[in-house]
Design a protein around this ligand. Structure first.
Ligand code: ADE
Length: 232
């Protein structure tokens, strides 16, 4: 699967994807990441990509021309590319979006800067708008990276072991139960003794109960969701 980051600051994004699981997925061609800088498409002789808002308002907006031309360039060779824009006004990005979008062939992630982008780009070019939470970032790059990471790890073969996907929090809408590793006692704290007894049915039952408790306590909203779905 291919991701294209459309950003004025590709170097912000590059570092993240040059390490660990994502770097491995890129090396094995499960994921292809490329970058398009709208500044390379501006027809302004001073290479400007922004302009003041029409009708007043503080700050600058990203101009339509560089974005339209950059998108046209991408679409010339990838007409079905799915265009996503990171913006605080978008729908909240959730795990089910990450799973659904992992089946696309090519996603373009537009990262806005300044006060955002000209609405005509959004209206005529963007397929989906997503927010990663109710706070304002200084630009869309972090949000685009979050989405790319969450989508990418749902692509077949990106995580080493497919079990690591199915057991996870949100996948079954419960939070994960407590987990431990060695040593068995650390700073006078033990691991849950039932985990050590080797009865896997009992361990699974206990883990499910602990997951329920944890979800009810930390995320009552999720707990209610599972309950109304009739999964409890
Ligand atoms: N750009 C600025 N803030 C954002 C947010 N919360 N989510 C997505 N894109 C953004």
């Amino acid at each position: 699967m291919r991701f294209t980051f459309m950003t004025l600051f590709p170097s912000i994004v590059e570092g993240y994807f040059s390490e660990t699981i994502m770097a491995r997925a890129i090396a094995s061609r499960k994921i292809i990441i490329d970058y398009v800088d709208p500044r390379d498409y501006t027809t302004d002789r001073h290479k400007k990509v922004d302009a003041p808002m029409i009708g007043g308002g503080a700050g600058m907006l990203m101009s339509p021309q560089p974005l339209f031309d950059a998108l046209a360039h991408i679409k010339a060779s990838s007409p079905d590319a799915h265009i996503i824009m990171a913006t605080p006004v978008g729908k909240k990005f959730e795990q089910n979006d990450a799973q659904r979008l992992a089946h696309k062939k090519h996603i373009v992630l537009i990262s806005g800067r300044y006060e955002g982008i000209d609405e005509r780009v959004v209206e005529s070019e963007v397929n989906e708008l997503f927010s990663i939470g109710d706070y304002i970032l200084t630009g869309g790059e972090l949000a685009s990276m979050v989405m790319c990471d969450a989508i990418g790890r749902n692509i077949e073969g990106v995580l080493g072991n497919s079990d690591s996907l199915s057991m996870e929090s949100f996948e079954n809408t419960l939070l994960e139960p407590p987990s431990f590793t060695k040593p068995l006692n650390y700073k006078n704290m033990d691991v849950i003794s039932e985990y050590l007894k080797g009865n896997h049915d009992k361990i699974t039952t206990l883990k499910t109960q602990l997951a329920l408790c944890k979800t009810k306590y930390f995320r009552p909203d999720l707990y209610q969701k599972v309950k109304t779905k009739g999964k409890l």
